[in-house]
Ligand binder design. Structure first.
Ligand code: ATP
Ligand code: MG
Length: 650
């Protein structure tokens, strides 16, 4: 982004007040912002008291060597004990921790007491395999109960886990195993994907052929498909099932490494983010309580993310379990065996709190509102979004079609690096604005600054930064402190720079505008891809849009857009007339400066495996360059399809 701040084009005036009943009994009230601002460290100290500590801390925050933070210094706790055992000890052993639903329709219910036994057995099994405190374990599993069980077993014995999304290639897995020097890999024979058995074990065999640190591969039988057997392999059902259900959890230091997780790879090569124990668990537990207004006795919570992403780590495993919540886990894809599967699950388990991503919401818009309308979604009381900026139209669709116009939508901004939610409405306090993530949560000091690092006034745009350390912040990039400092702490003196652009509206609320790398400079104006995409999605025939800036001899950069029509848009969506209609629609919504030079109607967009649009690849195509890192791309044929649609780039 240049000297100028981001042009502020989008006007979105719809407002939604918190439902009065929710506000009346909300977990967090407006007063909390003041309390946290008056004594930030005291606030976080009170949140840490949600957890059970074996040894109290003697200092809340050690920031003597920035940007290397230590939280709850001297404190000791066991993360798995906090997520499981203490609830059983409190008499809640019969409460369901997970309603698990397999793609083929098989189910498993795990109470907290069940989970305690399973985690103890898995911890004993890892010990038998020679895993010790401080060792790394790679986990390459589908969305089956053994995935959270494995993570908790690692946490319990102090091994650091590195979960790798079970859709990644052997090469992606190999580099992650090698980077962490994992000693054991936990995997499955295969997984259920769209009614088929997709093999996993051969990918692991491939990956570990050249990772000499791996001593054992622990294999869960999920699909029953045939697998090659190597000497290092051991079946989960042989090893884990015969273990004792007793295991004493030793406390670990508050700063003990809990896990390494690689970022999604939307903007480039993924980074191995390190999270530790006490501060991380404090913030994910607090934010899950505050943002979702969780009432663990009565709520049924479902986060549809994959546990292979940070959203799953923090808001399927650690946050909900630390709070003693009842959650749903679903193994498969949303359209198996039919496009209403998710809504069927909400109806079946009477889900009250639901958390998903804009990419999913836009897919459902594309499929049509009659699909969710066939299901009883009246149990829902709050719905959330994470992963990308949510287009106002997608927000309103989500609120109306899924939330019956009744449920507040919480748009939560955060990253793998932040570990937990940072900017979000509080459902009982904050008025909802479609497309705005609103305010930094209590205890979080975030701001929007210009390129000199000065806070922008209300109405201005710039860079989203965090100005004070927070408990669940990344501690470093695994094995590369220098890259950690350079990537996050060097753009602005003393501030964490997240890489995202944002604007403040007249009330001072934050609107995320996408990656600053994606901002386009058109005839001297900085225009965010997000705003142009949202304008396109606000057209009734558009389900999804991706926008990028391509070099242009006249305007510097020109706006190039790719759109996917809605299911009910009719047959005439490929013609020139439709494209002209969309260009005019953008001009009318945002102003003539934002009118795209080109609009391509496409069947698919390039996305990361976590579902985010990879605009950098579209820019590569639009500017006729060879593609950058594509290892995190879902489907590379999408790029070929798109290239043929873009004659001017050739
Ligand atoms: P990489 O860092 O490898 O490029 P990534 O940034 O996609 O990948 P994640 O940590 O999964 O990896 O995603 C965090 C990013 O997702 C944020 O920086 C932001 O761009 C986007 N994001 C997440 N939630 C929101 C939200 N509610 N509104 C806007 N953007 C969001
Ligand atoms: Mg990122």
């Amino acid at each position: 982004m240049s000297q100028e701040t981001l042009s502020n084009l989008l006007q979105e005036n719809r407002r939604f007040a918190p439902p009065p009943e929710l506000a009346a009994s909300a977990n967090v009230t407006a007063q909390t912002y003041e309390e946290a601002a008056a004594d930030r460290l005291g606030f976080w100290e009170r949140q840490a008291e949600r957890l059970t500590w074996a040894k109290p801390w003697n200092e809340v925050l050690d920031w003597s060597n920035p940007p290397f933070a230590k939280w709850f210094v001297g404190g000791e706790l066991n993360v798995a004990y906090n997520c499981v055992d203490r609830h059983v000890e409190a008499g809640l052993g019969d409460r369901v921790a997970y309603h698990w639903e397999g793609e083929p329709g098989d189910t498993r219910t795990l109470t907290y007491a069940d989970l305690q036994r399973e985690v103890a057995k898995a911890a004993n099994a890892l010990l038998e395999l020679g895993v010790r405190k401080g060792d790394r374990v790679a986990i390459y599993l589908p969305m089956i109960p053994e995935l959270p069980i494995s993570m908790l077993a690692c946490a319990r014995i102090g091994a650091t886990h590195s979960v790798v999304f079970a859709g990644f290639s052997a090469e992606a897995l190999r580099t992650r195993i090698a980077d962490a020097q994992a000693k054991v890999v936990i995997t499955a024979d295969g997984q259920n994907r769209r009614g088929k058995h997709a093999a996993l074990k051969p990918t692991v065999d491939d990956a570990v052929a050249s990772t000499p640190d791996v001593e054992h591969v622990l294999v869960v039988r999920r699909t029953g498909q045939e697998v090659a057997h190597h000497e290092r392999d051991v079946w989960w059902h042989d090893l884990v099932e015969r273990q004792s259900t007793e295991h004493t959890a030793e406390p670990h230091d508050a700063e003990h490494p809990l896990y390494i997780l690689y970022t999604s790879g939307t903007t480039g090569k993924p980074k191995g983010i390190l999270h530790t124990s006490g501060g991380y668990l404090t913030q994910v537990a607090y934010t899950h309580h505050a943002v979702f207004d969780l009432k663990p006795e009565t709520d049924v919570y479902w986060c549809s993310a994959d546990i292979g992403w940070v959203t799953g780590h923090s808001y399927i495993v650690y946050g909900p379990l630390a709070n003693g919540a009842t959650s749903v886990i679903y193994e498969g894809t949303p359209d198996t065996p039919h496009q209403g599967r998710w809504w069927e699950i909400i109806e079946k388990y009477k889900v009250t709190l639901f958390y998903t991503a804009p990419t999913a919401i836009r897919t459902f818009m594309k499929w049509g509102e009659e699909i969710p309308a066939r299901h009883d979604l009246s149990s829902l009381r709050l719905i959330g979004s994470v992963g990308e900026p949510i287009n106002p139209e997608a927000y309103v669709w989500y609120r109306e079609r899924i939330g019956a116009g009744r449920c507040p939508v919480v748009d939560t901004w955060w990253q793998t690096e932040t570990g937990g939610i940072m900017v979000s409405p509080l459902p009982g306090v904050t008025e909802g604005k479609p497309g705005a993530a609103m305010r930094p949560l209590p205890g979080i000091v975030a701001d929007v600054v210009d390129d000199q690092g000065q806070s922008v006034p209300n109405g201005g745009g710039g860079f989203l930064v965090v100005k004070e350390p927070w408990p669940s912040m990344l501690r470093t990039i695994w094995g590369d402190d220098e890259r950690y400092v350079k990537t996050y702490w060097s753009r602005f003196e003393g501030m964490y720079f997240a890489g995202d652009g944002a604007k403040k509206d007249d009330d001072g609320d934050f609107w995320l505008l996408g990656r600053v790398d994606d901002v386009m400079l058109v005839s001297g104006h900085n225009i965010s891809t997000t705003e142009v995409e949202s304008a396109l999605v606000s057209h009734p025939k558009v389900a999804e849009a991706a926008v990028t800036g391509a070099t242009d001899p006249v305007t510097g950069q020109a706006i190039v857009a790719f759109v996917i029509p809605r299911g009910n848009a009719g047959a005439d969506v490929d013609g020139e007339e439709f494209v002209a209609e969309l260009r005019d629609h953008v001009a009318k919504t945002l102003g003539p400066i934002a009118k795209p030079r080109q609009i391509m109607v496409v069947p698919e967009l390039p996305k990361t495996r976590s579902g985010k649009i990879m605009r950098r690849l579209l820019r590569d195509v639009a500017e006729n360059r060879s593609l950058g890192d594509v290892t995190t791309l879902t489907d590379s044929s999408v790029m070929d399809l798109i290239s043929t649609k873009l004659p001017s780039a050739k």
